[in-house]
Design a protein around this ligand. Structure first.
Ligand code: SAM
Length: 266
């Protein structure tokens, strides 16, 4: 194999490569890979995290968009014949295609920060194929994912993530662990999809709509945000105070609103 050219980090691909071996070991310990598991990594880059995992599982699928990184990855991981590299955009990738009847997939990645929120929404829509997810993200995004009702960062991302998953913020990683160093702190999050959501809705698109409408102006009351959708009688029927702000509602409240509206629409 010829020696690949040195690679300059590309901003448009959100490339901040992990070089801190202590942090890499800590992430791998949180993931706890086991031999034979189907682990899928998004954005393996040069393989910093990949090697810590595949050295245990002996097989792995990785999805990388930057084709110039792939020869570097192959050289760095030449010892692992069961590494399958998908040169693809994770935003369009069908993760369900990698699950088998016996085994759900585990998804990991130090995600490109510029697309992390839409990528998480893309993965949540395939949550039934996923056993768990471990991601490095901007700390603020992890705080949003894990926020509870009443927290300042609680919003649409928190409600939708917690509808599908148990969310745990694990630990913070400083900028100095990356090359180039990002401007902000990062954090590791674990998201474990429920086999069945504890409060299921009959139509997930409707839940997404109701949550979006509810949070359209977070400083306003629910009565204001749901004008034309819910009147006083409707609020009474779902047992929710219309003078509250949306950040006071938990996942179950949004599910109750959604199922009520669906029922009313017939
Ligand atoms: N895992 C490596 C590490 O920790 O050093 C690299 C992490 S870097 C923050 C993000 C990686 O995601 C890069 O390798 C980048 O090329 C890749 N990437 C960016 N956008 C992507 C996309 N849409 N689909 C798949 N990979 C993507």
């Amino acid at each position: 194999m010829s020696k690949p050219q040195p690679h300059k980090a590309r901003k448009r691909f959100g490339q901040n490569f992990l070089h801190d071996h202590g942090v890499i070991r800590k992430i791998v310990a949180c993931i706890g890979p086991k031999k034979g598991q189907r682990i899928v990594e998004i954005g393996p880059g040069k393989g910093a995290l990949t090697e810590g995992i595949i050295s245990v599982t002996e097989r792995m699928d990785v999805v990388e968009l930057d084709r110039d990184l792939i020869p570097i990855l192959r050289v760095n991981l030449f010892r692992y014949p069961d590494l399958t590299v998908h040169e693809a955009d994770a935003m369009k990738f069908d993760f369900t295609s990698l699950r088998t009847e016996e085994q759900a997939i585990r998804v990991v990645g130090n995600l490109p920060y510029n697309i992390s929120t839409p990528l998480i929404f893309h993965l949540l829509s395939q949550a039934s194929a996923i056993e768990d997810m471990h991601f490095m993200l901007q700390k603020e995004v992890v705080d949003r994912l894990a926020a509870r009702p009443g927290d300042s960062l609680y919003g649409r991302l928190s409600v939708m993530a917690q509808y599908y998953c148990a969310v745990e913020s694990l630990f913070i990683v400083g900028p100095e662990s990356f090359d180039p160093a990002p401007k902000v702190d990062s954090a590791i999050v674990r998201m474990t999809p429920y086999k069945t959501p504890p409060h299921p809705v009959n139509d997930i698109k409707k839940l997404e709509d109701m949550v979006r409408i509810g949070f359209q102006q977070r400083r306003k009351t629910l009565r204001n945000n749901y004008k034309g959708v819910l009147d006083n009688d409707d609020f009474a029927a779902v047992n929710i105070d219309p003078t509250l702000r949306p950040e006071r509602l938990d996942v179950e409240d949004f599910v109750r609103i959604t199922n009520y509206v669906l029922n009313k629409e017939g």
